[in-house]
Design a protein around this ligand. Structure first.
Ligand code: ADP
Ligand code: MG
Length: 383
């Protein structure tokens, strides 16, 4: 089989940017804080009633009201992207915004685990009725599509955390004292591959939900132990899907769901905030992400992907080969941070993309077979 690629659409598209403000929290209300935002969903416009300057207007690909339900965010923004993943495209969805603005709520959301152990089908459907975010809904959607459209498929999940430029495998066995170091390896053709991360093979959506829960709990526990906060870490949840249709043709779909670190330390111009520099909390990856976006928009020759692990891992998404969306989340009582996030999102919207279908090459197939032989050998050794 030879490597082929097909163009997603002859016309060039741009990165989709979606704005999602959250409602005022009880705490904010008790301090008599008010929202600086108005939303016009039909005109896809956010209006900022600035205290110190004139009213500002921003347009995006979608704009949600603060009461929009999780299932509606999924249906409008993510479902069409997952449909493309099921055809063999790669995609990346980022959540970008200041700490407390709703990134984790949007990406992961809230759903209960206990119910899973009882009647799995009812429990599973109850997840979709709940405050579950994009990740569990995407899992459900992908398996549903695979079962309907393909005669054979495999789903593999990796779940990484990036904190202070150190990658942690959220799926690693915590009892293992010396977990394998995760490395990013650059191939001859300049594509980056992650080595050493656990790829959890999931046969059912329940397996995948359990993997998601395991990794997300690990992220929370690690933060509590380290007395750190998710405000400085990024998480990257990736589903790799291999699909075989009735004609025997194989395709690879991929989706990265990225919950970024809080944007508050990066100023509107993309420079690092002075306070953050003094406190030693520079977020190299977030800073580089901003620089890469700026360099791509201004067509610079050198794009500094190599300056951070996040941009190395997501190089393909940023250079336009994948369907990329950014959901900017907004805290309505914080005018300065909200403006900064809105401006970042506005800039990112100029990024062009030209996604390509990934048909499986012989190189990928050989790698799949080598993995399978390795797995079978291990099974034999255990027996
Ligand atoms: P972040 O990950 O950006 O730091 P979180 O997702 O943890 O922020 O959100 C902070 C708080 O606000 C949480 O208690 C969350 O449940 C709540 N929240 C965030 N977005 C929404 C929303 N759209 N609707 C209702 N509550 C929300
Ligand atoms: Mg968070």
């Amino acid at each position: 089989m030879t490597e082929r690629s097909q163009s997603f659409n002859s016309s060039e598209k741009h990165v989709q940017v979606i704005a999602r403000p959250r409602p005022l929290s009880d705490n904010e209300k008790s301090q008599n804080l008010t929202s600086c935002l108005n939303v016009n969903e039909t005109r896809r416009e956010i209006i900022v009633n600035c205290k110190t300057s004139t009213t500002r207007f921003f347009n995006y690909d979608h704009v949600f009201g603060c009461q929009t339900r999780q299932q509606d965010v999924y249906k409008t923004v993510v479902a069409p992207i997952v449909d493309e993943v099921l055809k063999g495209y790669s995609s990346t969805i980022f959540a970008y915004g200041q700490t407390g603005s709703g990134k984790t709520h949007t990406m992961l959301g809230k759903f209960s685990i206990d119910k899973l152990s009882k009647d799995t089908v009812t429990a599973y459907m109850s997840i979709l009725e709940s405050e579950a975010g994009i990740m569990p809904r995407a899992i459900h959607h992908i398996f549903q599509g695979l079962q309907r459209q393909y005669i054979d498929y495999t789903v593999k999940i990796t779940y990484l955390e990036l904190y202070n430029e150190e990658l942690t495998d959220l799926l690693a066995d915590t009892t293992n004292e010396q977990p394998e170091k995760i490395k990013i390896y650059e191939d001859k053709d300049k594509t980056n591959t992650i080595i050493g991360a656990i790829e959890a093979t999931c046969e059912t959506p329940f397996d995948a939900i359990k993997v998601l829960i395991k990794g997300s709990q690990r992220r929370q526990t690690a933060e509590t132990l380290m007395n750190a906060s998710s405000s400085r870490s990024h998480s990257i949840f990736t589903m790799n899907v291999t699909m075989k249709d009735a004609q025997g043709d194989m395709r690879l779909g991929k989706i990265h769901l990225v919950d970024l670190a809080g944007s508050e330390n990066i100023s509107r111009s993309g420079a690092t905030d002075k306070r953050a520099r003094e406190a030693g909390t520079i977020n190299q990856s977030l800073l580089t992400l901003g620089r890469v976006i700026t360099a791509l928009i201004s067509n610079e020759k050198h794009i500094c992907y190599r300056d951070s692990k996040l941009t190395r891992i997501l190089q393909d998404s940023l250079c336009g080969k994948t369907i990329t969306s950014i959901i900017i989340t907004l805290s309505p009582a914080n005018e300065a941070e909200t403006l900064s996030t809105l401006e970042y999102g506005h800039r990112a919207r100029s990024l062009k993309i030209r996604p390509e279908i990934n048909q499986l090459s012989s190189k990928d197939l050989v790698r799949e077979y080598v993995d399978e032989i390795h797995r079978l050998r291990q099974e034999l050794d255990i027996k």
